[in-house]
Write a protein that binds this ligand. Structure first.
Ligand code: BG6
Length: 470
């Protein structure tokens, strides 16, 4: 990776700077990077919005979202000084011409050998016209004095289903090269998720047992305590399967089970990831009811003002991987909103060779909160009897490294500036992930069958109880 890049001038164009995501994640990440002096000195942020919004309004909530005791107003001021707002009609081609001219003027002033990033922090339905207009008006062309072409960062969901994802990818492909497109899956950029690859491929101890001869099952869960938090429109069209499983959880699955790439480098990692995803068996239409559970929290329909809503706020899915290493190992993905706790973890449960072993060894990657890794082992209980008991060996990030882990969005921005695509989803990965869930989406969209209501703050639909023991 080329750390020098962060010294190059940067022009960051944020579409949707007033939106929820930019406010909650993007601006706080920029604040942290600015605070740590990790942003280039020559920096311009151009906040694009349809409405006439002042800079003061854009930054008014930053402190609340950064939410740290030693909040530094000077850093906020620095960011503000580097930012300008630009109101524009997002469907007017002339506005894109004018924007390009303006960006080129900025670049002429701060150095044309830099990097220009477009960050589309907008609802995915709005992607296509904006991508087209950016392409048609030349925003995709290399910078005047630079070697690199501008990069486009886009947020999931990439499409609404398989067909729309293919369309979106085709439109992107018409205007931007694959090397210019950075599809953000912020889960992949979480420190603890990146550590899975390091852990797997730098500890030979585990590498030799990472297969179906030793592993019994894997469960990946992402439970959230928060509900849809007023995002009724977004969530009603999305649901847990699209919001989490098609994107974050299939990426986590791929990272946990892909084979070792020859080098831990972007292209080779993506090659192994797609090979793995190709081996994941899409759920067949006649297996949907056996392999999935869906739920909706009580009160959701009132929140979205749709008494007939079929949108799931909880989804569980069992998948199988058809390759030499993983045949026969069930992989369970489970996610839900308004549950009793915020917990994201991946549990790898090992086989018991015979009855003398009473409990499975279990390796748990704790993605959040309390980031770390736990290994559950069997030990002899103290005392004169020979009785075994379970004990946990714990690695805790906070205790071992007395350092704040970088937030996923900080990493996303830095990697995009550096031009490192390792942590971004490729178009092939996106398409394959939609293929895996397509039949489930199809059935869930027009039938209420099996949709279970669960209480807010509970563990989810009662039907999942039988699996909890695992
Ligand atoms: C987003 C989802 O991708 O991730 C949200 O759209 C969800 O619904 C969020 O709340 C959770 O992210 P994190 O990093 O807080 O676990």
């Amino acid at each position: 990776m080329n750390y020098e890049r962060l010294k190059q001038p940067l022009v960051l164009v944020i579409f949707g700077i007033t939106g929820d995501l930019a406010q909650r994640k993007l601006l706080p990440a920029l604040y942290q990077l600015a605070k740590a002096d990790e942003l280039p000195e020559q920096l311009r942020i151009v906040g694009v919005s349809r409405r006439d919004v002042t800079k003061a309004a854009v930054f008014s909530q930053l402190q609340a979202f950064v939410n740290e005791p030693d909040y530094d107003v000077a850093v906020e001021q620095r960011l503000k000084d580097h930012t300008e707002m630009r109101q524009m009609d997002l469907l007017d081609k002339g506005a894109y011409d004018a924007l390009l001219q303006h960006l080129q003027e900025i670049e002429a002033g701060i150095g044309e050998d830099g990097c220009r990033l477009y960050y589309l922090s907008i609802p995915s339905q709005a992607f296509t016209p904006i991508i087209r207009l950016l392409g048609e008006t030349g925003h995709n062309a290399p910078l005047a004095g630079g070697k690199d072409a501008p990069r486009l960062l886009i947020e999931k969901p990439f499409g609404y289903d398989l067909a729309s994802a293919r369309e979106l990818i085709a439109v992107l492909g018409e205007h931007f090269g694959e090397g210019q497109v950075y599809r953000i899956d912020h889960y992949v950029a979480k420190e603890t998720v990146q550590n899975i690859l390091t852990f797997r491929f730098h500890n030979p101890l585990f590498e030799s047992i990472w297969n179906n001869r030793h592993i019994d099952h894997i469960s990946i869960m992402a439970h959230e305590k928060i509900d849809i938090e007023g995002r009724a429109n977004f969530y009603e069209q999305t649901g847990a399967l699209r919001d989490f499983i098609q994107s974050h959880m299939l990426q986590l699955l791929a990272i946990t089970t892909m084979s070792r790439p020859p080098q831990l480098e972007s292209d080779e990692i993506h090659t192994e990831k797609i090979k793995l995803l190709e081996a994941v068996q899409p759920i067949a239409p006649n297996q949907v009811s056996q392999q999935t559970i869906r739920g909706q929290y009580e009160g959701y329909r009132d929140e979205v003002s749709n008494p007939d809503s079929l949108t799931e706020t909880f989804a569980r899915m069992q998948l199988w991987i058809d390759n030499e290493d993983w045949t026969g190992v069930p992989i369970v993905l489970e996610t839900g909103k308004a549950l009793n706790e915020k917990l994201t973890e991946i549990s790898v449960c090992f086989r018991q060779p015979d009855d003398s072993v009473t409990e499975q060894n279990k390796l748990v990657f704790r993605i959040q909160p309390q980031e770390g890794i736990t290994l559950r082992l069997q030990t002899k209980r103290p005392g004169i009897q020979n009785v075994t008991g379970s004990a946990d060996m714990d690695f805790d990030y906070a205790k071992s490294f007395n350092q704040r882990p970088a937030e996923a969005y900080e990493r996303v921005i830095v990697d995009a500036i550096r031009g490192d695509q390792t942590l971004f989803a490729t178009s092939a990965e996106v398409i394959r992930s939609w293929e895996i869930v397509e039949n489930v989406l199809e059935q869930w969209s027009h039938s209420q069958a099996g949709l279970q209501v669960y209480a807010k703050g509970s563990e989810g639909p009662v039907e999942t109880e039988q699996y909890k023991a695992q």
